[in-house]
Design a protein around this ligand. Structure first.
Ligand SMILES: Cc1cc2nc3c(=O)[nH]c(=O)nc-3n(C[C@H](O)[C@H](O)[C@H](O)COP(=O)(O)O)c2cc1C
Length: 356
């Protein structure tokens, strides 16, 4: 299958956008320089903050890179449920000596302002998560030479991305670290998320778009597996989070292979939207009570998470991690791209030998 993205980078390896600091310009540029596709995360940033990072990447590499946007969220949150959760977290506020955050800080993450910048000064790729952009937005980006990718977690979402004329879909399995990019978070209708190989296979049969596969990928052999299943590229988050270039806090990086943290879970505890993180005290105690209220709960817990990080306490931080976290290798990002590419080649050669 010809792909809208493969011709941008020699290796079929995408560094996942990771909001919250991990996918900073140094990481994005290092991956693109090494022949992968680096991605900046615009989520939680101001439009100007995003633009500054774009300029920094351009100063570090002439290679292609992407910018990932959060789609604006509908107002669906139950205010009463948010207030109940505020009471639930009162003890945390006392413990960390931090006031809970203001939940009314907007639902759109500066989408229009960010889009205006990306149309005015285009980048090679723009990705979207938490929803599907309109056809008009996709066409406007395509007219300025930008390729578009929409994150999907079901076949129906992939069909919506195809209907919106997106250039590719980022198929996200339930193994993935961080937030599920589900278009509409609805606990009433939520099916349990699908594993990556099942989802890639389903999407491959349902839509004709190029596929970026993501979720739990830590080794070249897994990249070979998703490419065999019908993906065109593989996107890795957790694997790049631990690299020295990543802007993730040191405590977060160290937790990935700390024997204290043995498993991950999907939780609404920190943000009000399902996201996969290492199971720590905060997740265990509050996960079962957190309402579906994104981004209100994200804003509410933000001061707590910052205070926990400042206090050096990983038990109160959002330790986003994919299911493969224990396979993390703290290599420089460019070297990690090379190692993954070599592992992919070896896996392909082994399967060719097996087929001969
Ligand atoms: C710390 C962290 C932050 C993330 N932030 C974003 C984001 O801003 N936008 C996005 O589309 N995906 C985000 N993701 C999800 C990744 O794009 C990707 O789906 C995920 O990392 C893949 O699973 P893996 O971590 O097992 O490789 C984030 C993931 C992590 C671990």
């Amino acid at each position: 299958m010809s792909s809208a993205l493969n011709d941008l980078c020699p290796h079929p390896i995408v560094q996942a956008p990771m909001a919250g600091g991990a996918s900073c310009p140094a990481l994005t540029a290092a991956v693109s320089e090494a022949g992968g596709l680096g991605f900046l995360a615009a989520g939680y940033k101001t439009a100007d903050g995003m633009y500054q990072e774009i300029k920094q990447v351009r100063g570090l590499t002439s290679g292609p890179f992407g910018v990932n946007l959060f789609m604006p969220q509908p107002e669906i949150a139950d205010r009463a449920a948010i207030e109940v959760y505020r009471h639930q977290l009162a003890g945390e506020a006392t413990w960390y000596q931090a006031a809970l955050g203001d939940t009314d800080r907007g639902l759109d993450d500066g989408y229009d302002a960010k889009l205006a910048i990306l149309l005015d000064d285009p980048v090679p790729v723009v990705g979207f998560t938490f929803g599907c952009p309109t056809r008009e937005v996709v066409h406007a980006l395509q007219r300025v030479g930008t390729r578009t990718v929409v994150t999907v977690t079901t076949v129906e979402e992939a069909q919506a991305a195809q209907a919106a004329a997106a250039d590719a879909v980022c198929v996200q399995g339930v193994e993935a670290g961080g937030h599920q990019g589900t278009h509409r978070d609805n606990p009433e209708t939520d099916a349990a998320g699908l594993g990556l190989l099942t989802l890639v296979t389903q999407v491959r049969e349902a839509v004709g778009l190029p596929i970026v596969a993501t979720g739990g990928i830590m080794r070249g052999a897994q990249i070979a597996a998703v490419l065999t299943a019908g993906a065109d590229l593989a996107q890795l988050g957790t694997a790049f989070l631990v690299t020295p270039e990543s802007g993730a806090p040191t405590l977060h990086k160290e937790a990935m292979t700390d024997p204290l943290f043995t498993r991950t879970e999907l939780t609404r505890a920190f943000s009000g939207r399902p996201a996969r993180g290492l199971v720590n005290r905060f997740l265990r105690e509050h996960g079962p009570y957190a309402p579906a209220a994104y981004p209100q709960i994200h804003h509410m817990t933000s001061p707590l998470r910052k205070a926990a990080a400042k206090a050096g306490d990983p038990q109160g931080m959002a330790l986003w991690a994919g299911q493969g976290h224990r396979l993390s290798r703290a290599l420089p990002a460019g070297q990690l791209v090379e190692v993954l590419a070599a592992e992919l080649d070896a896996a392909r050669a082994a399967s060719e030998r097996g087929a001969a």
